[in-house]
Design a protein. Structure first.
Length: 124
């Protein structure tokens, strides 16, 4: 039994040495790599996809850079000034409309008061 254990240990040690030798293989020009066509196709497609995204992002960044350079502060001020003036005019129109409604109501009340006074004076 002891001899069998020693033989097993010796075999295990020899197996480990063989594995270590296989794992210690150096990569060089003569190294063979085996890939199937599906894997090669996926690598090529991934590379093309990444290159496409890179160039697309570069183009987008260049477009944004051109827009920033062409944007002037005067243009912004003119747009803001237009918006503020437009808002002011609209508010004024609404206020004038409300005031006109109030004046119409006052005129109607005054007409009724005048009629009442005329009726009292001329006793109709």
């Amino acid at each position: 039994m002891l001899q069998e254990d020693k033989a097993d240990i010796k075999i295990n040690i020899e197996d480990k040495d063989v594995k270590d030798k296989n794992m210690a293989t150096k990569i060089s020009e003569d190294t063979n790599v085996q890939l199937d066509l599906k894997t090669i196709g996926m690598i090529v497609a991934g590379t093309i996809s990444l290159a496409g995204m890179w160039f697309s992002l570069q183009e987008d960044m260049q477009d944004l850079h051109n827009k920033i350079e062409s944007f002037s502060g005067d243009e912004f001020v003119q747009k803001m000034e237009f918006q503020l003036k437009d808002e002011l005019i609209r508010n004024n129109v609404i206020q004038i409309d409300n005031a006109t409604k109030e004046l119409k109501e006052d005129i109607e009340e005054n007409k009724e008061s005048i009629k009442d006074l005329e009726n009292k004076v001329f006793r109709r």
